[in-house]
Every structure is written in structure tokens, then in C-alpha cells.
Design a protein around this ligand. Structure first.
Ligand SMILES: Nc1nc2c(c(=O)[nH]1)N[C@H]1C(S)=C(S)[C@@H](COP(=O)(O)OP(=O)(O)OC[C@H]3O[C@@H](n4cnc5c(N)ncnc54)[C@H](O)[C@@H]3O)O[C@H]1N2
Ligand code: MOO
Length: 398
């Protein structure tokens, strides 16, 4: 019997091996979920010119100091107006939101404070200088950094990239992750089940987890319990993979295709990790490009928990984000817990808004429905075998 490797050692080995993906220039439409690999500055001030914050009338504040007052409307200034307009004393212009402020004006009177006149307007309320005016450079000055390198690009970041005029941007792309399920008993959902068969679920859960973790996932289908067939499929998939995840075929059975196929390569190491679930783990690199490969255990809860603990941090590193152990929050147990000696347990639990966490009743590594009813993993350290109700624990929110 070989000894157990610690969870921390296994993760450290992974993070030492996995490399951050090389930067790539992409169109803005492709940038969601990527990580910025350059510092983005604005070539111009934003707003680029003084403009109106409201639909109304551009005035000189001193002309509307005493109200009501009737003033001539000398022109309209729509948004996008490219004439360099100006008003003199005692005059106003009708102006729209976003339109350039005419020279000479120093305030905008919202249309609601007037009779909305077009040839002349009755202004019923005064405004201080600067009212309803958005000054040039108020958001960003020319040359300002709007996004530092390393920023994850979400909707707001995409907005500001477009807002400073960018079409293309240098990013760390979303890692492409190929998921291969192994097992002669597995059948595609939607197909009829024969004797001894179950529907294949790991690749669906893993694909979703990959997407949530910022990767692009591809299901490569099911490989039966055949090492040669597995290697063929792996070969065919490597061209489109930055990372490969397999599930199943890594424990002690007579048919363990992943272990059988990858063991002899010498670049993938198989360990028994001191955790529950997820004890049997394989990790290493494959192919000419040294693509990282995770050989996760087949039990559905085990593969899912293994993803959270090991694959997610690896994806963060590949994306150019700070990577380390999966973050936890503190909670208080709402029921007593048990955990095996010498293994770190990740019990499925329900974390409540009041900060308590209750383990779900079924904790087997095959009990997928119980996993689906949980929203957190309760972390029980290696040297703890029992915890009473009311104990402080760390949990990984799911
Ligand atoms: N003698 C021993 N037996 C087992 C040990 C051990 O140490 N000694 N470890 C157990 C633990 S812990 C785990 S976890 C599993 C890991 O086994 P494998 O990774 O080899 O996975 P399989 O045997 O292929 O499958 C295990 C289980 O999960 C089901 N499965 C597999 N793939 C899928 C899938 N894609 N979708 C849904 N369900 C799947 C499969 O039918 C099996 O029931 O080994 C224990 N045994
Ligand atoms: O370690 Mo296995 O992952 O418990 O079922």
C-alpha cells in the first residue's frame, strides 16, 4: 500500500506545472471571460467634450438668475452636432442629452423647468453655473489607464474597452478544455439504458464547471474501458486542448484504461490523495505541447469535488489570474459531523444565510442528487474525525 499524498502537495504540484496561456489578440466580441494581457489607456478624454446631461436649454446661468424669465431660442443642438455653436448674453439654445455645450453657455435648464418653447422659452427656475453639464475628462483623462493588465473581462470591462475606442484587445484566452469520460457502463443521456448501464453525467457537470471557471469546454464523448481506444481519442482531441480532463479508470480495478494508457508515458503521476471524496487522482502532461491532463476519479461527486479543488485553481493560473487553494468562508455547523482520520473531507452541505451549514444526509461519492441539493462543501481537516453542532468550520461555497 502506497501512502497518501496531501491535498496541498497535490495542488502545489499542479500549480507548478500549469503555465499561464500566451496572450492573443481578439476582437472585442470574443473577449468576454478572458483576462486582459495589456494595460489599456484611453487615447482621448471621456467625455471628449463638455456636453449636456439633460434635454433642455443651454443658458448663461446669470441670464436665469431671476425667474420667471422669457428668452429667445436661437437654435437647436442635437447630440452629434458637429457645428461649433455659441450663445451670446440673453440667448439660449435648445439642447439634447449628450450634445456639445455651445460656447458661452454655462448651465443647462431641464425642459421640465420651462414651458418647452421653441422660438422663445419661459424659464421658471434658476440653476447654478455647471448645472446638468458633463465636463470633458470627467470620467477619464487622455492617457489614463482604464484597465490594468490582469483584469478579468466582464460586461462592464467590455463596455469601457469599446468606450475608449478599442476594436481588438490583447488577452489571455479562455482555456480550451476537452473532457473525456471513460467507462463501459456509460450511456449518453437520452438513449435507453441496458442492464448494468447508467447514464453518463460527469462530462456534463464538468463541462458546466469549466464554463463557470472561465474555460471553453468540449465533451469528447465516452470511451469504453479500453486503453488503446482511450489513447486514440486523446490523440485526436489534443489539437484543440489547452487542458484535458478525464473521468474514471484511475482506481484499482481490473479495467482502468486511463491509468493503463497514461501510466507508461511517465509524464502523468497517479496518487492516492488524502481526501474524501476524490482519493484516486492522476495529473501530468501529455503530447508534444505538454498539455496538462487531470485524470479524475469516476464517482460523480468525486470528480466534481476534484474539479473544485484542483482544476479550478489550474484554470485560474492558465487565465493569468491569482491562483491558489479554492477560497473558503467561515460557517458554524448546524449538526454534528464525522470524517475519516487522516483525510481532508469535503462534505456536501447547505450553507444558510445566517452562516450555519448543515451536512446533507447522503454523503456517498456516487450520490449525485445529494450533491445537487447542496450549495457548499464543508472542509473537515485531516486530523479531525468528529465535530459537534456549533463548531466553526471552513466551507467552499458552490
Ligand atoms: N479496491 C478499490 N476500489 C476502489 C478504490 C480503492 O481505493 N480500492 N477507490 C474507490 C474510490 S475512492 C473511487 S473515487 C473510485 C474511482 O474509480 P475510477 O476513477 O476508476 O472510476 P470508475 O471505476 O470508472 O467509476 C467509478 C464509479 O463512477 C461511475 N462513473 C464513472 N464515470 C462516470 C460518468 N462519466 N458518469 C456517471 N458515472 C460515472 C462508475 O459507473 C462507477 O460507479 O474507485 C473506488 N474503488
Ligand atoms: O475517493 Mo472516492 O472519490 O471517495 O469515492
Amino acid at each position: 500500500m502506497n501512502s497518501l499524498r496531501s491535498v496541498d502537495d497535490h495542488l502545489a504540484g499542479i500549480l507548478n506545472t500549469v503555465r499561464t496561456l500566451a496572450p492573443l489578440e481578439v476582437e472585442l466580441e470574443q473577449a468576454l471571460g478572458t483576462t486582459l494581457a495589456e494595460e489599456v489607456t484611453s487615447p482621448v478624454a471621456l467625455p471628449p467634450f463638455d456636453n449636456s446631461a439633460m434635454d433642455g436649454y443651454a443658458v448663461r446661468a446669470e441670464d436665469v438668475a431671476a425667474v420667471p424669465v422669457t428668452l429667445p431660442v436661437i437654435d437647436d443642438v442635437p447630440a452629434g452636432d458637429d457645428r461649433l455653436q455659441a450663445i451670446g448674453p440673453g440667448m439660449v439654445m435648445r439642447i439634447m442629452t449628450g450634445a456639445p455645450l455651445p460656447a458661452g453657455a454655462d448651465a443647462v435648464i431641464p425642459v421640465e423647468w420651462t414651458d418647452a418653447g421653441t422660438a422663445q422659452v419661459v424659464v421658471g427656475r434658476s440653476a447654478a453655473p455647471g448645472h446638468a453639464i458633463r465636463r470633458a475628462g470627467e470620467d477619464v483623462r487622455a492617457g489614463d489607464v482604464v484597465l490594468p493588465a490582469g483584469t478579468p473581462i466582464g460586461p462592464a470591462q467590455l463596455g469601457v474597452l469599446a468606450g475608449v475606442g478599442r476594436r481588438r484587445v490583447l488577452v489571455r484566452p479562455r482555456p480550451r478544455v476537452v473532457i473525456i469520460s471513460t467507462g463501459a457502463e456509460l450511456v449518453e443521456p437520452g438513449m435507453p439504458l441496458g442492464p448494468g448501464q447508467i447514464w453518463e453525467s460527469n462530462s456534463y457537470a464538468l463541462l458546466a464547471a469549466v464554463r463557470e471557471a472561465g474555460g471553453e469546454g468540449y465533451r469528447a464523448g465516452i470511451v469504453s474501458d479500453d486503453a488503446a481506444g482511450f489513447l486514440d481519442q486523446l490523440d485526436a482531441q489534443l489539437v484543440r486542448a489547452d487542458l484535458v480532463i478525464t473521468s474514471g479508470g484511475v482506481s484499482m480495478g481490473a479495467y482502468e484504461p486511463v491509468k493503463e494508457a497514461l501510466g507508461p508515458l511517465g509524464t502523468v503521476r497517479f496518487d492516492r490523495v488524502a481526501m474524501q471524496p476524490g482519493m484516486p487522482q492522476g495529473f501530468g502532461v501529455v503530447g508534444e505541447d505538454h498539455i496538462p491532463l487531470f485524470a479524475l476519479p469516476g464517482n460523480p461527486v468525486s470528480s466534481f469535488v476534484s474539479f473544485m479543488l484542483f482544476v479550478r485553481p489550474a484554470l485560474r493560473k492558465m487565465r493569468g489570474l491569482p491562483a491558489g487553494p479554492t477560497p473558503t468562508v467561515r460557517a458554524v455547523t448546524a449538526a454534528p459531523l464525522r470524517s475519516p482520520q487522516g483525510k481532508r473531507s469535503f462534505l456536501r452541505g447547505v450553507l444558510a444565510p445566517d452562516g450555519t451549514v448543515e451536512p446533507v444526509r447522503r454523503q456517498g461519492s456516487h450520490q449525485l442528487a445529494a450533491l445537487a441539493s447542496a450549495n457548499a462543501l464543508i472542509v473537515v481537516p485531516e486530523d479531525v474525525t468528529e465535530l459537534p453542532e456549533g463548531a466553526n468550520v471552513e466551507v467552499i461555497p458552490l
